[in-house]
Write a protein that binds this ligand. Structure first.
Ligand SMILES: *Cc1c(COP(=O)(O)O)cnc(C)c1O
Length: 230
C-alpha cells in the first residue's frame, strides 16, 4: 500500500470519528486534499485512492495541472487577486477565498461571460491576527447583502484559516466562534446565499474543526507529506 493510501485511510477514520462526536455522519464531511506544490502524478494517485476534491491556492498551478489531472472537483482555497479571477472561474467548483466586494464583482463579471453561476465562500479572519487573510466578522453582512444584487455568484458558506499552532485545542475557540456566526447566518435570509459549507481545519487541527462544526476540511501535508517549495 502506498503512503498516500495509508495516510488517507488513517485520515478517513479520524474524520468519521470526529463526525460521530459532533453528531454527524462521515458523508456529511467533505475532505479536500490540498495538492499545492504536488505534480499531477501524485494527485492522480490520490484520486485513484478515492480523493474526490482537491484544493489549490495559486491560479497558476491550477492552469498548469488542469489537463493532466483525472476528473475531480477543484477548489480554489488561496488568496485570489482580481486579475487572476479569469483563470479560476468555471474551472473550480468553489472559490473559498472571497474577501472583498471588488473580488465578488470580478467573479460575477467572468461568470456572466461564461454563462455560469460561480459558487464561493466568504473568507473570515476569525483570530484577528494581522497576518491572516479574510474579512472581519462584522464585515460579513455587507458581502452577503452584496451577493443579493448579483446574478452569477452564489455564496455557499464561510471559510477560515486558523492560526498555526502545535496545540489544536487553542483553535477550538476560534472554530466555535465562526460556527456560531455560520449558524446565525443560516437563520437569516439573503438572496443568492445558501449557507451550507463551513470550510475550516487543516492537517494539524481538522478533527477539532469537525468537532466544532466544520463540514469541509482542507488537508495537505497529512496526506502528501511535507511540501517542498521551489
Ligand atoms: C496549504 C493550505 C492548507 C493545507 O495545509 P496542511 O497544513 O498541509 O494540511 C489548507 N488551507 C489552505 C488555505 C492552504 O493554503
Amino acid at each position: 500500500m502506498s503512503y498516500i493510501s495509508e495516510n488517507l485511510k488513517h485520515i478517513e477514520e479520524k474524520i468519521a470519528n470526529a463526525a460521530l462526536i459532533s453528531g454527524r455522519k462521515r458523508d456529511d464531511i467533505k475532505l479536500i486534499a490540498v495538492t499545492k506544490t504536488h505534480g499531477s502524478d501524485i494527485i492522480n494517485e490520490a484520486i485513484s485512492c478515492g480523493v474526490t476534491d482537491i484544493g489549490e491556492n495559486r491560479p497558476q498551478e491550477i492552469i498548469e495541472k488542469y489537463d493532466d489531472v483525472l476528473p475531480v472537483t477543484w477548489h480554489m482555497i488561496g488568496h485570489l487577486q482580481t486579475n487572476k479571477v479569469k483563470y479560476v472561474v468555471g474551472k473550480t467548483s468553489l472559490i473559498h477565498s472571497v474577501d472583498s466586494l471588488k473580488l465578488m464583482d470580478e467573479i460575477e463579471r467572468h461568470a456572466k461571460k461564461r454563462g455560469i453561476v460561480q459558487n464561493v465562500l466568504i473568507e473570515v479572519n476569525i483570530s484577528g491576527e494581522q497576518s491572516k487573510l479574510g474579512i472581519r466578522p462584522d464585515e460579513i453582512d455587507a458581502l452577503l447583502e452584496h451577493a443579493g444584487r448579483l446574478q452569477n455568484v452564489m455564496v455557499q458558506g464561510l471559510m477560515t484559516v486558523a492560526p498555526k499552532t502545535d496545540n489544536s485545542m487553542t483553535n477550538r475557540l476560534h472554530f466555535n466562534n465562526i460556527h456560531r456566526i455560520f449558524i446565525d447566518i443560516q437563520n437569516k435570509t439573503y438572496d443568492n446565499v445558501n449557507m451550507k459549507y463551513l470550510s475550516m481545519g487543516m492537517s494539524g487541527d481538522y478533527e477539532t474543526a469537525i468537532e466544532a462544526g466544520a463540514n469541509m476540511v482542507r488537508v495537505g501535508s497529512a496526506i502528501f507529506g511535507t511540501r517542498k517549495y521551489q
